[in-house]
Design a protein around this ligand. Structure first.
Ligand code: FUB
Ligand code: ZN
Length: 648
């Protein structure tokens, strides 16, 4: 494997302390509400007891794949706790986590195998269906938990357990004589094995991840082989096609992002990891190709991914329906994971632009403001009785779409919790001589450059305004580059060092300030944040004639609470001035956008479902509209919501 010291590395979340501002508040809610609420749900749904080998686990009357990935839910919760404990010790959470880890340890089999369902419910079916049954997916989430818990507490019980399990998988799967040439239908273990390698130094884990990435989709297809071994006909696969799980062809041949969106982005994150760790130029090109395809033709304005319910994933280019958008919270989270890795593989701010878009919009909409209710699907338009998530399971909602406390398939809530708990780790990256600043929020970071300890303090009210102040504390004057990200959404900015204006242009998304930095140096960055009317590529047929409002990284929406119902009848005149202001009363103080719009409705509807326009009269009434951040919708009175608004 290659020396990657020239590449940027993320500054660990242990070195970045966020105590206030937007993320300070979100992290506090995550710690105080979200993580405990998820634990309660894990208990109530049997997932915690499900690990207890002394208790009989009932064989469900109807076999459900969701029961097979219970372990992943505990894994993601443990991971969230691990990250959270790193910055905020909490004896209650730590005790709950330690007790759960003790049960997990006891559930590990003599040969290292670890899976609550296949140990206690279907022991005869271990490793018989990698395509559908999620064993390695569970393993991956537990490995990520083990790494986080070790980082957060220094306790290595779970890390040792998962290392033994990784050894078990490594013995069983691979290219060697007597091994099965399998890989998981739901990618996840690949990126987790890379983390396990990075934490333990055990290279076999990296080799195994590399094998899984490269073996996927080769002929004869492993999923066909194992189906026949089970006595099944591969043609009976419900998804009908291995594009669903990105195993239709080897990754190096894949041209477009395809199939189940979460699987896709977890896989691509693993591909980027392998490209980075092994310096594989072809995989770098594959990553860039898939990235461009996904972000340029298949991504919602909110960073949501996957319009379709049927495969929880992608369909075709520019197919981005708003009202029925699936846009699973986990898919936007997975996009954040992938984007972060892409930056480290191919340092360019364009990846962080997408990361930021997904984070502030498609990810955060997945959790309520108070922190204990969740969205699984994240549509961009909502009307009564349209529930994208329930639609998938064949039930039509009788209420407005709203966040739920839990789901039958609760993959999203703990995924969100682990990302929010670890957001500190996304702020900065470092090379031998450059410190990249990716995200803006008040925080205090410390790191070393050229063996000099440096403290960097960042103060801002971002994302509500673009004024950011930095101050540096250094033990001694040190030459290095401070690379400040100029977000893709920003077309005008001002930068000063110690009061002197700097007019350098950004290179690959970052203004690079190379100088001998002194103690108490100050940098101020002012990112101009006008309200923008966004339009879609002309081939996104659903958005033609409509605009969406965006300010800074935040996408806005109209809600019935502020604007009345029938939002489809609201038109924004092309020349209407749009004003951004801080609404101190709303959700602790957020920026809203106001302006004058028109509501245009037929005066008296004479016909049945359709009538000639020639007999129709319209009323046009002024509307003082108010748009709120999209991620905050559905936190007040239930009602309609629209991101894309008619313009005339
Ligand atoms: O299959 C495990 C998880 O459940 C997926 O990542 C989600 O999309 C949901 O299907
Ligand atoms: Zn999910």
């Amino acid at each position: 494997m290659n020396d990657n010291t020239h590449r940027p590395q993320a500054i660990s979340l242990a070195n970045v302390r966020i105590s206030e501002g937007f993320w300070g508040e979100r992290q506090a809610v995550n710690r105080d509400r979200t993580i405990p609420a998820i634990y309660d749900q894990l208990v109530r749904s049997g997932r915690i007891d499900g690990w207890d080998v002394t208790k009989q686990r009932e064989r469900p009357k109807k076999r459900s794949v969701v029961d097979m990935f219970w372990d992943s839910d505990s894994g993601k919760w443990l991971e969230a706790v691990g990250y959270s404990l790193l910055t905020h010790p909490n004896s209650v959470l730590e005790k709950q986590a330690d007790e759960l880890i003790a049960q997990i340890q006891k559930a590990q089999q003599a040969d290292g195998y670890l899976n609550s369902y296949f140990t206690m419910v279907e022991p005869e079916n271990r490793w018989r269906n990698l395509r559908d049954w999620h064993e390695m997916y569970n393993a991956g989430h537990l490995m990520e938990a083990a790494v986080a818990y070790y980082q957060g507490t220094g306790k290595r019980t779970l890390l040792d357990v998962l290392s033994r399990y990784a050894d078990h998988i490594d013995q069983r799967f691979g290219p060697r004589e007597g091994q099965k040439r399998g890989y998981c239908g739901h990618p996840e273990v690949e990126l987790a094995l890379v983390k396990l390698y990075q934490t333990t130094g055990e290279r076999r884990y990296l080799t195994l991840a590399n094998y899984f990435i490269n073996e996927r989709g080769k002929q004869p297809n492993y999923f066909d082989i194992e189906a026949r071994e089970r006595g099944d006909d591969p043609a009976d696969f419900w998804a009908q096609n291995y594009r669903y799980c990105q195993a239709h062809e080897p990754i190096r041949d894949q041209q477009t992002a395809t199939g189940h969106a979460v699987r896709a982005c977890y896989l691509y994150a693993g591909v980027a990891d392998i490209a980075l760790e092994t310096d594989d130029q072809e995989l770098l090109e594959v990553s860039r190709r898939l990235w461009d395809n996904l972000t340029q033709t298949q991504m919602y304005l909110t960073g949501g991914l996957g319009p379709a319910h049927s495969n929880e994933g992608f369909t075709f280019a520019y197919d981005l329906p708003n009202e029925t958008a699936y846009a699973e919270t986990c898919a936007s989270i997975a996009l954040v994971f992938w984007a972060h890795r892409m930056f480290h593989l191919d340092p360019d701010g364009r990846y962080i632009d997408v990361l930021e878009r997904a984070l502030y919009n498609g990810v955060l909409s997945g959790v309520s403001y108070e922190g204990a209710h969740f969205f699984y699907a994240n549509p961009l338009t909502s009307y009564p009785n349209v529930n994208p998530y329930e639609h998938w399971s064949g039930i039509t909602s009788e209420r407005h779409y709203h966040r739920e406390e839990w789901f039958n398939c609760p993959c999203c809530p703990p995924n969100l919790a682990r990302l929010v708990a670890s957001i500190n780790g996304y702020f900065y990256s470092i090379t031998a001589d450059t410190v990249y600043i990716h995200l803006y929020n008040s925080n205090h970071a410390h790191f070393e450059v050229q063996e000099t300890a440096i403290h960097l303090d960042q103060r801002t009210n971002y994302p509500w305004d673009g004024e950011i102040q930095f101050s540096l504390q250094l033990e001694q004057p040190t030459q290095f580059t401070l690379a400040l990200r100029i977000p893709g959404w920003c077309r005008d900015y001002e930068l000063q060092v110690n009061g002197t204006k700097i007019s350098d242009a950004p290179i690959a998304g970052y203004v690079r300030l190379n100088r001998q930095w002194q103690n108490e140096d100050k940098v101020s960055l002012s990112l101009k944040m006008p309200v923008e009317r966004m339009i879609s590529h002309p081939q996104v047929r659903m958005d033609v004639g409509q605009v969406a409002l965006q300010r800074g990284p935040i996408v806005y929406c109209l809600e019935e609470s502020d604007n009345g119902s029938n939002l489809a009848s609201v038109y924004l005149p092309q020349d209407a001035p749009l004003t951004a202001s801080l609404d101190k009363e709303l959700f602790g103080g957020v920026s809203v956008i106001t302006g004058d719009a028109l509501r245009i409705v037929p005066l008296q509807w004479k016909g049945e479902l359709y009538q000639p326009q020639s007999v129709t009269q319209y009323t046009q009434s002024p509307l003082k509209f108010k748009a709120i951040p999209y991620y905050l919708w559905a936190n007040r009175m239930p009602g309609e919501m629209r991101v894309w608004i008619q313009q005339r």
